[in-house]
Design a binder for this molecule. Structure first.
Ligand code: URA
Length: 476
């Protein structure tokens, strides 16, 4: 940020001019903007002879966000001393180094808290229909610029602002900008708060309750801005009886080795929170903390299904892709857009249907800057079937459309020969009709243009069959 750049420029000049730490008075216009080093600063552009260790620069980037006004002087002192003591940073018993390390720790913890405890409330939609959210947060340090890009990635398809006493981060139509502080906005309680409460109650594991640790993780200071905090005293009070209930129900925590082999072992896993959700909203909140298979570890978030909770048609795809993983919504990336277009051309209204995936986390492997899609294996599909079952039981669709082999496997228990089965109707074990079809991403992968056109037109025809069974989902 500007403060860091200003400090670096001033420190470089100070070092080049041989100005010792005790002769520089560091001050800022206000504590979050321009920084001035008040002394005669010679040759700003002069090169500092010895290169500064990268470890120091990394340390600096975090420590400079600390609220302590003494941070600039401390950083300069350490920089100054590093000239003669290259290994200084390794000496944690050194008072200056220890103080810097403590600052870094405190800032990094604050960033983590901000990511975990910002709670958005929904306001009126933007004129172009984008949903708009606002949150109030009180960080300990100057971390808004550092942490806001995290929210920009995670909530890329909404407009939002996070107001803090120091700075406001505003994300409008995909552009992140910062403005001066504003007074705490009046944020009306809304439905999102119920969702947070449900989510928190569902991830709350009484068997692991350690009140002290919990308060350290969610310090009381944050409670007043957290809707779910109102539940804490009650959850703590009921914890003991919930553990007893769970013990009676015979749940077991899987041993470590079992956890490792989860992905390849198709088995319904016993989970502490495997009580069936009573509504889609509850299912969504529970799924947000799903650890049924290891895919949650590398995904940004759970991408649950979306659509009316009484939708007569349920589409099942394979798994969220890169764009879905970031947006938190199914079928919004390239395959999703093609799917939506062909669906519209077939006369079906997407928003009258429920759209979900067989697997709710993005499985991928890194390839340079990209995340390459990897097909989920049988164990992952099986582990996630629990959620598909909940969605099916809550929505009770009259027709399921299986898009591709993974969906076919999850819905009918048989994933092969999709090209032969496409366009036909099958049944789930409970008798719900299933229209078999291909996955729209296969249309994007088809190298032969004529073949892609042919398959696309066949896909459209398959989608048209939906209207013969469930005419209510026709576009109006
Ligand atoms: N492919 C899928 O199967 N699902 C999505 O949500 C996106 C792409």
């Amino acid at each position: 940020s500007d403060t860091y750049a200003a400090w670096r420029a001033a420190a470089r000049a100070g070092l080049a001019g041989g100005i010792p730490p005790d002769q520089i008075f560091w001050t800022t216009a206000n504590d979050n903007s321009a920084l001035f080093a008040e002394t005669e600063m010679p040759g700003l552009e002069q090169k500092v002879s010895a290169a500064v260790p990268q470890a120091f620069l990394d340390l600096c980037e975090l420590a400079i966000c600390h609220r302590d006004p003494g941070r600039f002087a401390l950083l300069y002192t350490v920089l100054w001393r590093l000239r003669g003591q290259r290994a200084l940073l390794a000496d944690e018993s050194d008072a200056d180094v220890a103080a810097l390390m403590a600052m870094r720790k405190s800032v990094s913890r604050d960033c983590h808290k901000m990511k975990a405890f910002v709670r958005f409330r929904e306001g009126d939609a933007a004129p172009d229909g984008r949903r708009r959210f606002a949150a109030w947060f009180e960080p300990d340090h100057f971390i808004v610029e550092r942490t806001a890009p995290f929210f920009a990635r995670r909530f890329a398809d909404m407009d939002w602002l996070i107001a803090t006493p120091d700075l406001v981060a505003r994300f409008d139509s995909g552009v992140l900008a910062f403005e001066g502080a504003m007074a705490r906005p009046a944020l009306a309680p809304d439905q999102t708060e119920d969702l947070w409460r449900t989510y928190f109650a569902s991830i709350f594991n009484p068997a692991r309750l350690k009140v002290k640790a919990m308060q350290a993780e969610m310090p009381k200071k944050y409670w007043r801005n957290l809707p779910e905090a109102a539940l804490i005293p009650d959850l703590i009070a009921r914890a003991e009886s919930r553990v007893e209930m769970m013990e009676k129900a015979g749940f077991a925590t899987p041993p470590r080795r079992a956890e490792k082999s989860r992905s390849s072992k198709p088995a319904e896993l016993p989970l502490l929170d495997s009580e069936s959700p009573r509504s889609l909203r509850e299912a969504l909140a529970q799924a947000a903390s799903c650890t049924r298979c290891p895919l949650y570890r590398n995904a940004t978030q759970t991408v649950f299904g979306e659509g009316p909770d009484d939708a007569p048609v349920m589409f099942v795809g394979e798994q969220p892709g890169d764009k879905e993983d970031l947006a938190g919504r199914p079928f919004v990336g390239p395959a999703g857009q093609l799917f939506e277009r062909l669906l519209a051309e077939a006369g079906v209204a997407r928003d009258k249907c429920y759209v979900t995936n067989a697997v709710k986390h993005f499985k991928h492997e890194p390839r340079g800057k990209f995340r390459l899609h990897k097909r989920p294996d049988a164990g992952e599909v099986q582990a996630c079937r629990w959620w598909l079952k909940q969605e099916k039981e809550l929505i009770r669709p009259r027709l399921i459309v299986a898009l591709g082999a993974t969906a076919a496997q999850a819905v009918t228990g048989k994933g092969d020969q999709i090209m032969r089965r496409r366009g036909s109707f099958e049944k789930t074990a409970d008798g719900t009709p299933v229209l078999m079809s291909i996955h729209p991403s296969s249309l994007l992968r088809q190298p032969d243009r004529a073949e892609a056109e042919r398959s696309m037109s066949q896909f459209r025809d398959e989608l048209r069959q939906i209207l013969a069974v469930v005419p209510e989902v026709a576009r109006s």
